[in-house]
Write a protein that binds this ligand. Structure first.
Ligand SMILES: CCCC/C=C/CC(=O)SCCNC(=O)CCNC(=O)[C@H](O)C(C)(C)COP(=O)(O)OP(=O)(O)OC[C@H]1O[C@@H](n2cnc3c(N)ncnc32)[C@H](O)[C@@H]1OP(=O)(O)O
Length: 302
């Protein structure tokens, strides 16, 4: 029973070890315990982890300004924080939210996918896979408190949660908009979306690269609740309490039953998926599309 519940993701330890080495190489402290809660509160440069009021729930705040792009450094720090929480039996649930105003996450860091070498692309993609697998198969109850814009990889991250709460703001759009960048969402992004909103809605959303405003996101089932911005966190904690009323073992086995087949599709072909990504992203035409998109983002500022 315990084995079935505690699904492990291969290569995690290696990735985390890599992250620690990278941090050490940059000459900065890995973790700083702080505040009156002692060891339970910890932070890396880009991820703040605070215990909730009752101690069973942690709040993870993404802090990679200006837009919480999922850079390699961010991903490695996030994965280490998540592993710490998974390994601490006191924690049963995690609320994931943003520390950056108006943006939950801008998705994958375009600078990791543009103008680099194949080895870098492979390392980056492995970390993106790891993020998805660790979140999608997490034994913890995960609630995404989406307090801002949530495109592409940000949306993927939110989709791995058990519940999504979106702030009711014009900036809070959510969706897998990859086609707008001239790139294609990989099959496991697509599978996660289909598992959430169904096949037809996903087909339309993916082809058109739709970014749904709050009311539409709620209607299509991409999020579970839309609330005023200042109530996102309290709503997340109240939904969490509901989920924590269910015995962990029953909920965890049910979650695994619902998600394992989808995760296994990637686990069985991780290396091939990395090679596909590297050859796709290295194409001149794709690099050109990314360059144009990055320029557009810069021009937007005027
Ligand atoms: C097989 C291939 C599959 C690959 C899959 C990819 C999935 C992805 O996640 S691709 C990334 C998709 N992301 C987006 O399309 C979002 C792009 N960003 C935005 O739309 C906006 O930045 C925002 C709505 C999130 C926030 O808008 P805001 O006005 O607050 O900020 P900006 O002025 O636009 O941006 C500030 C700053 O940040 C840079 N930036 C924005 N997004 C990214 C990003 N994803 N990666 C790297 N950098 C990003 C932006 O260029 C600005 O930089 P400068 O200050 O240097 O100009």
């Amino acid at each position: 029973m315990a084995l079935a519940v505690r699904m492990r993701v291969p290569c995690r330890a290696l990735l985390c070890a890599g992250a620690q080495l990278r941090g050490a190489a940059l000459g900065r402290p890995e973790w700083a315990a702080g505040g009156g809660d002692g060891a339970r509160r910890f932070a890396s440069l880009r991820v703040l982890v605070e215990p909730g009021a009752e101690g069973r729930v942690a709040v993870m705040k993404l802090k990679n300004p200006p837009v919480n792009s999922l850079s390699l450094d961010f991903l490695t720090e996030f994965l280490i924080s998540l592993e710490k929480l998974e390994n601490d039996k006191a924690f049963r649930g995690v609320v994931i939210t943003s520390d950056c105003p108006n943006v939950f996450s801008a998705g994958l860091d375009l600078r990791e996918m543009y103008g680099r070498n194949p080895g870098h692309y492979a390392e980056y993609w492995k970390a993106v896979q790891e993020l998805w697998l660790r979140l999608y198969l997490s034994n913890l109850v995960l609630v995404a408190a989406i307090n801002g814009s949530c495109p592409a990889g940000g949306c993927l991250m939110a989709l791995t949660s058990d519940v999504r709460i979106l702030s009711d703001s014009p900036k809070s759009v959510i969706g897998l908009n990859e086609t707008l960048l001239g790139i294609v969402a990989p099959f496991w992004f697509k599978d996660t979306l289909v598992n959430t909103i169904g096949h037809r809605a996903s087909e339309r959303a993916l082809q058109l690269g739709l970014l749904f405003p709050p009311a539409e996101a709620l209607q299509v089932g991409l999020v579970d609740h839309v609330v005023p911005e200042d109530q996102v966190q309290s709503m997340a904690l109240s939904v969490m309490a509901h989920w924590l009323a269910i015995p962990d073992h029953a909920r965890q086995l049910t979650k695994a039953m619902m998600r394992k087949a989808t995760a296994d599709r990637l686990i069985k072909q991780r290396e091939a998926d990395i090679q596909n990504f590297v050859s796709f992203i290295s194409r001149d035409s794709i690099q050109k599309s990314l360059q144009i998109y990055l320029e557009k983002l810069k021009q937007k500022k005027g």
